[in-house]
Write a protein that binds this ligand. Sequence first.
Ligand SMILES: O=C(O)C(=O)C[C@]1(C(=O)O)C=C[C@@H](O)C=C1
Length: 360
Amino acid sequence: MTRTLAELRVAIDSVDKELLAALNRRAALANEVGELKRAEGSPVFRPEREAQVINGLQSANPGPLKAENVAHIWREIMSACRSLEEPHRVAYLGPKGTFSEEAAVQFFGASIEHVPCVSFDEVFRCAAAGTADFGVVPVENSTEGVVARSLDLFLTTPLHIVGETSLLVRHNLLRKVNSLEGIEVVLAHPQALAQCQAWLTTHLPHAERRAASSNAEGARLAAQNEKWAGIAGERAGSEFGLHIAARAIQDDAYNRTRFAVVCLPQTLPAPGPSGKDCVSLIVSVPNRPGAVHDILVPLKQHGVSMTRFESRPARSGQWEYYFYIDVQGHPSQPHVAAALADLQSLCAFYKVLGTYPVGD
Ligand SMILES: O=C(O)C(=O)C[C@]1(C(=O)O)C=C[C@@H](O)C=C1
């Protein structure tokens, strides 16, 4: 016999009460964990434990809830529990409404204190000075490649990477008026202008492309002039009361940006193994034939996969480079430790940027 809507809602209300009671039992346990950690002076945020909790629940999930929804729900549950233990301040490129803010909330959940910053440099400064506990910075975009400023800042920063997350980036043309007519200036971060260049050339060939410090800042400025438009996410559109004059204008439909989560090692030491981890390194090699090939040999010999290899000029004027390398695994695994030790012995410069659970 099929149940009526009223009967189904009564059943849902009863499940919700069970969930609420269970969630509060969980929160009380997290409170106890918090007291324990305060007593021993250990960090509240444990990304490897959170990754294990989510992976475990996704494997045990019988459905019909989708695996990605399970991840999303538990990220929020753990964010709420974590904030009971200790509220975390998270710095990102502001103002409110940026993709960086979205990445910060995707990684830490909604229960955080927001520290919007005016530049990537400021995000690094805030996290290094302790004004924020963590910083979230973009490192790579699937259309445009590396975010050079972030990579350059990694070289000298005392911060290390403790996590990563990636976002599907959908850019919209935002404007006071809901039309493409009469747009004289398009304002956005240079990365976003580059990610939408084919669309802009086709649809707004005569509009000036003007760089803004962030997409949300471009949207904020566009809200002040009818002849201007911004390129940003929906979040920024609603923040500044703008129309979406054109939706999803990025040249690549699968445009994704990967973000790194950084902090001081004293805020959170390198996370332990989660079962699916990654090590990020910066190295340089002596300028001689075959040197770059040689640093890859230990990885092959010890069966360690490399998932990323980027170069940045060393700015020595000598055509020397820093290489940004990501490898799969955790240094607590003997084959990873052996590969890294051999690699280090070949490098003129070697810096471990971080060991952390692989993001989604
Ligand atoms: O297991 C812990 O260490 C906790 O503090 C609990 C908990 C959770 O809610 O499950 C909360 C914060 C940590 O980042 C990891 C997990």
